[in-house]
Design a protein around this ligand. Structure first.
Ligand code: TYD
Length: 213
């Protein structure tokens, strides 16, 4: 892995559907702000005007005919824009950047599940992020049935949520494989079938360790 050092801290949350990443990030941001930290929270795909437009194209339930190669490149296009506009300048300014998904989503969904391969996707990731890796990545892991049930109950289903069970099982397995193969202590697996409060406490404890606070 090629790593570039930055002044700030990049934290990513990853995982399949219904793991509660977004809710956890809001709570984490509040706690970090209370602790006096300068925090920027963003989601991928999205986070800038241009990236949100790309998000609409790539996730719209109307676009079921999208070519998988177009999907790979659209996620990268959205990433290149958010890194140049916000992530890299914020890290340079010493801020904590929390991303709801980033490069590992592409490795898992497009590289390992769609089959484009990890190496190819990592090359594209390096181009989009200027070879930036997260300092810490939290995998919110839970059984696929539970994740999909939570997603259906929330009423927010996008094009990828509507993929079959088999797809989501492959996503979960791919994330676990990636996290377990980590040799840099970057990945932290959290059992997201616990209550929101329990997940938050585990996340907060781990983030404090990463930050040394
Ligand atoms: P979103 O509603 O933001 O995510 P979540 O499921 O985390 O609530 O949807 C993002 C979807 O896009 C999700 O199904 C994962 C997928 N995705 C990729 O396939 N590749 C990527 O590089 C990214 C960032 C997301």
């Amino acid at each position: 892995m090629s790593e570039k050092k930055h002044k700030g801290l990049l934290i990513t949350l990853e995982g399949g559907e219904g793991g509660g990443k977004t809710t956890q990030i809001v709570r984490l941001r509040d706690r970090l702000s209370k602790a006096g930290k300068d925090v920027v929270v963003l989601r991928e795909p999205g986070g800038t005007v241009i990236s949100e437009q790309i998000r609409d194209v790539v996730l719209s339930a109307k676009n079921i005919g999208i070519a998988f190669t177009a999907e790979v490149l659209l996620f990268q296009a959205a990433r290149a824009q958010i890194y140049r506009e916000i992530v890299l300048p914020s890290l340079e300014a010493g801020k904590i950047v929390i991303l709801d998904r980033s490069r590992d989503s592409s490795v898992v969904y497009q590289g390992m599940v769609r089959g484009f391969g990890k190496d190819m996707v990592e090359k594209l990731n390096d181009l989009s992020t200027k070879e930036t890796y997260p300092d810490a990545t939290f995998l919110l892991d839970l059984p696929v049935e539970l994740g999909l049930q939570r997603r259906v109950e929330s009423g927010k289903m996008d094009r990828l949520d509507m993929e079959g069970m088999d797809f989501h099982v492959k996503v979960r397995d791919a994330y676990l494989e990636l996290a377990k193969a980590d040799t840099h202590d970057r990945w932290h697996i959290i059992d997201a079938s616990q209550s929101l409060e329990e997940v938050q406490e585990e996340l907060w404890t781990k983030v404090k360790t990463v930050l040394g606070i």
